[in-house]
Design a protein around this ligand. Structure first.
Ligand SMILES: C[S@@+](CC[C@H](N)C(=O)[O-])C[C@H]1O[C@@H](n2cnc3c(N)ncnc32)[C@H](O)[C@@H]1O
Length: 343
């Protein structure tokens, strides 16, 4: 099946025979980032071949997106849904028992009918709030080298207090960035501005088989990144020589300060040679950095598959996904065009 479908009254029964309708609810903090959430779900559920329903049910309820998933994959779903960043609650539409009381917290003002088929809404899976809290930068276990040169165990490490050294990427963003890099497909990834390791931690949480690498110019955070299972380098990413290394993905949240722009562009240029031909680059940058980075990406002849604005608690940031391969870009074009039209 295609990555998206538009359902009609005529073909709805054919779909419902093979697929079940999974409704995903966006976290309150990312309710407005619907387009990004759709792409994230499609990337995360790639092995299960989920398909986005463009004209899905419950259109009057904010922050919901729906997908078809083959019925035989239903039991496998929770092990994927736990990894999502932007959606955290999931529901199943029951078309066989429409008279059942809908026991979910979704409240539609409309009668529960989609394409002339009645349904009820049943909770399917809810992410653990406990896991989210434990993984958040305010609580996560980390290791740093203290001023006395001793390695210290710390909890809730959020940076060294400097503008450049801010390190508190929310769990939802770290997971989303990793998912956009297709964690079920890649063998290796690197974060060249690793900081407190939000992305590295989530890459290992999402797929422990990914070989993760990281770089940061600040030596004090090396033990923390090693603790998270990374092969870590203390270096400047703009000029580090990684010999024959090849990565399937570069995933990073860049330093947002304006004086970091040269280093960011030079890092992207440096990593062009370490990125595999089917490789992906997933970056989160500040809105002010977009124009310069866009120019740099153009010079590298990379293709931008996605560029999406996210409001991070009043801070506008942009998530970009780029690929090297024209073939991969062509394959992604159709679904990206469809998602651009979603409101
Ligand atoms: C925005 S923080 C990354 C935060 C990280 N995503 C997290 O979850 O904690 C940016 C990091 O880039 C590092 N950095 C800045 N310039 C660098 C450079 N040229 N090479 C390598 N690391 C650099 C800083 O030390 C900082 O830790």
């Amino acid at each position: 099946m295609k990555k998206y479908v538009k359902v009609t009254v005529q073909d709805v029964d054919d779909y419902l025979e093979k697929y079940f309708v999974l409704v995903c609810s966006l976290r309150n903090s990312r309710k407005k980032a619907k387009k990004l959430a759709i792409v994230e779900v499609l990337c995360c559920l790639l092995p299960l071949k989920a398909s986005f329903i463009v004209n899905g049910p419950l259109g009057d309820v904010k922050g919901l997106i729906s997908f078809f998933v083959l019925k035989e994959y239903k039991d496998l779903l929770p092990s994927y849904l736990k990894n999502l960043g932007y959606c955290n609650r999931f529901y199943e539409l029951d078309f066989e028992n429409p008279e059942l009381e809908s026991t979910s917290d979704i409240h539609s003002i409309n009668t529960l009918i989609w394409k002339k088929r009645k349904f009820s809404i049943q909770p399917f899976y809810k992410q653990s709030e406990e896991v989210y809290i434990k993984q958040s930068p305010h609580n996560r276990h980390f290791r740093i080298i203290g001023y006395d040169n001793e390695v210290k165990d710390v909890y809730g490490y959020r940076g060294d207090g400097s503008e450049k050294g801010r390190r508190a990427l929310p769990v939802e963003d770290a997971r989303c960035l990793v998912n956009l890099a297709l964690p079920s497909k890649i063998n290796t990834m690197i974060d060249p501005f690793a900081g407190g390791g939000g992305i590295i931690y989530q890459a290992k949480y999402i797929n422990e088989n990914i070989e993760v690498f990281s770089i940061d110019i600040d030596k004090s955070i090396e033990p923390g990144l090693v603790l998270y299972g990374s092969k870590h380098y203390v270096a400047n990413s703009a000029d580090i020589n990684l010999d024959t290394h090849v990565f399937d993905a570069v995933i990073t949240e860049v330093p947002f300060t304006p004086d970091a722009l040269d280093d960011i562009c030079n890092t992207l240029k440096n990593f062009d040679s370490y990125l595999s031909p089917h490789g992906r680059v997933v970056i989160m940058l500040s809105k002010q950095q977009v124009e310069v980075i866009k120019k740099c990406i153009k010079e590298l002849n990379w293709y931008t598959v996605l560029s999406s604005l996210v409001n991070r608690r009043g801070m506008p940031v942009v998530v970009k996904v780029c690929v090297k391969s024209p073939k991969i870009y062509e394959q992604a074009k159709e679904i990206i065009k469809v998602i651009k039209g979603i409101y």
